[in-house]
Design a protein around this ligand. Sequence first.
Ligand code: 5GP
Length: 122
Amino acid sequence: MIDIKKYNQDNIFSKILKKEIPSKCIFEDEFVYAFEDINPQAPIHILIIPKKSFCSLDDFSSQADELTIFSFMRSISRIAKMVNLKNGYRIISNIGFDGGQEVPHFHIHLIGGKKLGAIVSK
Ligand code: 5GP
């Protein structure tokens, strides 16, 4: 089970940030790195992660400084525009065990490029 408060530097996204593992970069600035998901669930499936170490959105929203949160949030629409998601898109952030989080470095999924189905399957 992922401890949503406990960050581990060995996680795969930390390694992607350190360029120890390759990734297809979509956008990068001082605060944020965005790259293609290795197993896309829609025509566009991008993962957006902060460069600072937070385990989950729960951790990020309770502990990150204002500039870090601001910069992260601002990057979302910027990236959506860059990849031409003009008809809309979906943001998902899985948190902890019940949320189905697999990688314990906070990330959001930016998904689109087609009409998406139900938010949660029953
Ligand atoms: P989570 O379930 O933690 O919200 O999502 C983790 C996501 O990371 C999954 O959508 C999975 O496909 C993606 N992923 C896992 N390992 C890698 C990797 O090595 N490279 C990339 N680009 N995506 C990965």
